[in-house]
Design a protein around this ligand. Structure first.
Ligand code: PMP
Length: 815
């Protein structure tokens, strides 16, 4: 019966002295047992809330739904007699704090009693004392993980992270109480192992416990920790009609513990009931991506995520087995936890615990792409016109024009998605720089960590620059043993040019017809794409790209493959050598972009490159493999594009994807070539090889390997090309589909017979795709080749979206 409200101004000391007679251990005290009429009386007397009571489940408290005749509703929460008042104060405080920090998080702020107190107190049987709270009934329904779309799962993950952000500024001494639902206390449940009757199940839980104690617990102590909800599951959330979280309840398990345990609790709930490993890990990826979009995981958290999920499942089974023994009347509810926990543990065992760990870690280190909605609405955005004007005024006319007829204003990137100020996503099939996906959490964390620690230059001893150089050398063929760090692809090529001219004593260069290699004066000469008025510098010779589609050496318009074609194409190098010789130049270097990106994207047979290198050396020149576009696994058959051909360049230049957007570039060559250069001059670049740039570059190498992105590029590229080829059956404007890995060229023509380029159509299609949320570019001298070059994290659903939108754009463009 109601005793009246507590003193709202009570202190921590007072609360400690009122600690319940059962040492405050709510898991050991019986839940309250009030009747429905008693509940109605409590709600009315204490809070003035009149309505009909119906029972709700609870592990250790007693909850009722109170519905008034006028439609209003509340939850009456009668605490376990073992609950301490300080805990009630903490729970009330955290909800108020969350509501103040992030008003969009749907938490139920408790109603005050009729006396204005934050909770009430009543007497139960046997002199027990119960604290009572009345919470507004939250809208929505209880969800089921199985019915949720990936987007809804992702959203749930994001809500979990947002709740963590909202509680991080909150503290209450009771948050340090020992709560068995805190995964870090799992070892304390070991004595309950014998309660698990089934022998194989017991062995599995024991194995998880053993591993937790030896390999997880020692690291867990060092994880970032704060006050967290610790139980944001389907039991404690409500979902609206579109499956978004509309209510967050029950802070009863909150604790000051490892932040990542909130994600762990959400995962256990979201993954329940999934018996197909592919489905389970895809759902895990979605939830983790949502979480990481708000709070990127730290490497250590990612590494142990799978173990923590297994630990929470083991904890669930142990607490459940133990509690059913004590409270058989609550068995139906208590064993409902196991219903999901055991099959999930069995699935982990079937997959293999090490593989399970690896897959969670891979998911945690990746923020996968997400499907984009359809067409944009074309509204001009606030401030955009003004921004355009300011840009024009201050950035000058030489800067290349903005892409797309309606310039794209972007404010955020994640995985293969870019977002405009309205939050509209665009599938990025254009940008090769963010090779591991936009804002990859591991790269971001590596940059932030190093920037917060030290950033200097290569005039000081620093381990990271040495380690990065060693790692790069290890990826190269034997002989390419020396690395020089710079800041851009242009600088890398400029340095390569200086090395080559010094080593050979020659001053001529050879590039493909429409190549682009960079902005410096020397490299602009070697970039026909940007030659002023198209005028060729005297020392530069050009060769046609290895273009099978239009190659007419055999006099036939049909695709010519095989040795004759290869030899004929490569022999053009000899022509170019002769050509510059006639102007008095010997070639110092032949620069080749392994993807022939500016020329129109070509993937010649390996023999072509081998022949080109042989002829380069025969002419006394060095072969420079410009991997600025083609490197870092994009071509799908190795980290570097020249690997597939089995060639060994003299100089390799790296840029763009090397730091996933952070400026860092490199030249890799033989020591003797550098020695010749060093004999004449010294080399130093202020920013080149700085610790932050190197940290970014190291993280990129890690992610490319850990997420198996080269294999993804191979498989994804093949699938997309096959899809475009299939679409060509309905779209005669598609003349050729080519490339390797995720470097894809789609050549658009007016007429398949004449192969006349259709640049106007390419521009229309590019813009129509942008309007529909997919970004591609155009390339080639005629500008008629669609350039499809996404971050390597693009997924299968993304590929399907790209194909669908390409088809729609072709139709919309009248093709
Ligand atoms: N080489 C190639 C093949 C490139 O595509 C580019 C840039 N588009 C560069 C070099 C120059 O790189 P950066 O713009 O970083 O100087």
């Amino acid at each position: 019966m109601p005793l009246g409200a507590t003193d709202p101004a009570c202190t921590i000391g007072a609360m400690e002295s009122t600690a319940a007679h059962e040492a405050g251990d709510v898991l050991r005290s019986a839940p309250p047992r009030f009747g429905l009429e008693e509940a109605e009386a409590i709600a009315a007397d204490l809070f003035g809330a009149r309505g009909r009571a119906t029972p709700l489940v609870s592990e250790r408290d007693q909850n009722f739904r109170i519905l008034a005749d006028d439609g209003r509703g509340w939850v009456l929460k009668v605490s376990n007699s073992g609950e301490r008042e300080g805990v009630v104060e903490m729970e009330t405080g955290v909800v108020r704090h969350v509501a103040a920090v992030d008003a969009t998080l749907p938490v139920a702020v408790p109603c005050e009693t009729r006396d204005g107190a934050p909770w009430g107190t009543i007497a139960g049987s046997g002199g027990a004392r119960h604290f009572v709270r009345l919470l507004p009934l939250m809208p929505g329904r209880n969800g089921s993980a199985i019915d949720l779309s990936r987007e809804a799962i992702r959203d749930f993950g994001a809500v979990s992270a947002r709740l963590g952000r909202a509680t991080r500024g909150y503290f209450h001494p009771m948050a340090g109480r020992r709560i068995l639902w805190d995964v870090k206390h799992l070892p304390e449940l070991r004595p309950h192992l014998p309660v698990v009757a089934d022998e194989p199940r017991r062995a599995l839980v024991e194995a998880i416990l053993d591993h937790f104690e030896s390999a997880v617990a020692p690291s867990l102590t060092g994880f970032r920790a704060q006050v967290i909800h610790n139980d944001l599951t389907f039991d404690n959330t409500l979902l609206d009609a579109s499956d978004r979280v509309s209510g967050i309840v029950d802070f009863g398990d909150m604790a000051h513990t490892a932040l990542v345990l909130d994600l762990v609790a959400a995962l256990v709930s979201l993954l329940g009931g999934r018996d197909d490993p592919a489905d389970l890990f895809a759902a895990a990826e979605a939830a983790i991506a949502g979480y990481a979009s708000v709070t990127p995981l730290e490497d250590e958290e990612a590494a142990l995520l799978g173990d923590l999920v297994a630990a929470r499942l083991a904890q669930t089974t142990l607490i459940s087995a133990w509690r059913i023994g004590i409270y058989p009347e609550n068995a139906a509810y208590l064993s409902s936890w196991d219903a999901d926990a055991w099959p999930m543990l069995a699935l982990f065992e079937a997959v293999g615990l090490p593989e399970m760990r690896r897959r969670f870690a891979a998911a945690a280190r990746r923020v996968p792409a997400w499907p984009a909605p359809g067409a944009t609405d074309g509204r001009p955005r606030i401030g955009e016109e003004a921004l355009l004007g300011r840009r024009r005024r201050v950035l000058g006319s030489a800067l290349s024009a903005l892409t797309y007829e309606r310039p794209l204003h972007l404010v955020r990137g994640e995985g293969a998605r870019l977002y405009d100020p309205d939050g509209r996503p665009y599938l990025d099939c254009y940008n090769n720089v963010p090779v591991v996906g936009h804002s990859h959490p591991r790269v971001v964390a590596a940059i932030a960590r190093q920037a917060a620690t030290l950033n200097t230059n290569t005039r000081y001893l620093h381990a990271t620059v040495v380690e990065l150089a060693e790692r790069l050398v290890a990826t190269m063929p034997p002989g390419l043993d020396t690395v020089m760090f710079v800041n851009s692809g242009s600088e890398a090529n400029d340095l390569a040019w200086r090395l080559a001219t010094t080593a050979t004593g020659a001053r001529g260069g050879i590039v493909t017809d429409w190549a682009y290699h960079g902005v410096s004066a020397a490299i602009a000469d070697l970039s026909p794409e940007g030659w002023p008025r198209g005028e060729r510098p005297a020392h530069v010779g050009t060769i046609p790209p290895p273009e099978a589609y239009r190659h007419s050496a055999a006099g036939a318009p049909d695709r010519v493959e095989g040795a004759a074609w290869v030899e004929d194409a490569a022999a053009r190098l000899d022509d170019a050598v002769a050509d510059i010789a006639s102007r008095g130049f010997r070639p110092a270097a032949v620069f080749i972009d392994g993807a022939f990106t500016s020329d129109g994207i070509f993937a010649p047979p390996p023999a072509y490159l081998r022949d080109l290198v042989r002829r380069t050396h025969a002419a006394g020149a060095l072969f420079v493999a410009d991997e600025v576009q083609a490197g870092y696994g994009r071509m799908g058959d190795g980290l570097w594009s020249f690997e597939a051909a089995g060639t060994v360049p003299d100089i390799v230049t790296l840029g763009k994807p090397m730091g996933n957007g952070h400026p860092v570039a490199a030249v890799i060559t033989r020591a003797e070539i550098v020695d010749r250069f060093a004999a004449e001059t010294e080399f130093f670049s202020t920013f080149g090889g700085n610790p932050v740039a190197c940290a970014a570059a190291m993280a990129v190498l890690d992610v490319v390997a850990d997420e198996r992105l080269t294999a993804n590029a191979a498989a994804g590229g093949e699938e997309i090309r096959a899809g475009v080829r299939a679409a060509a059956a309905h779209h005669p404007a598609i003349g050729d589909v080519r490339g390797r890995g995720l470097m894809i060229g789609v050549e658009l023509v007016r007429d398949r017979a004449t192969r006349e380029p259709d640049a106007a159509l390419a521009a229309l299609v590019q813009n129509a795709m942008r309007e529909r949320g997919v970004l591609v570019g155009t390339t080639a001298r005629a500008g008629n080749v669609l350039k499809i070059r996404p971050p390597l994290v693009i997924g299968r659903e993304d590929g399907a979206l790209l194909l669908r939108i390409l088809g729609e754009a072709l139709v919309a463009s009248g093709a």
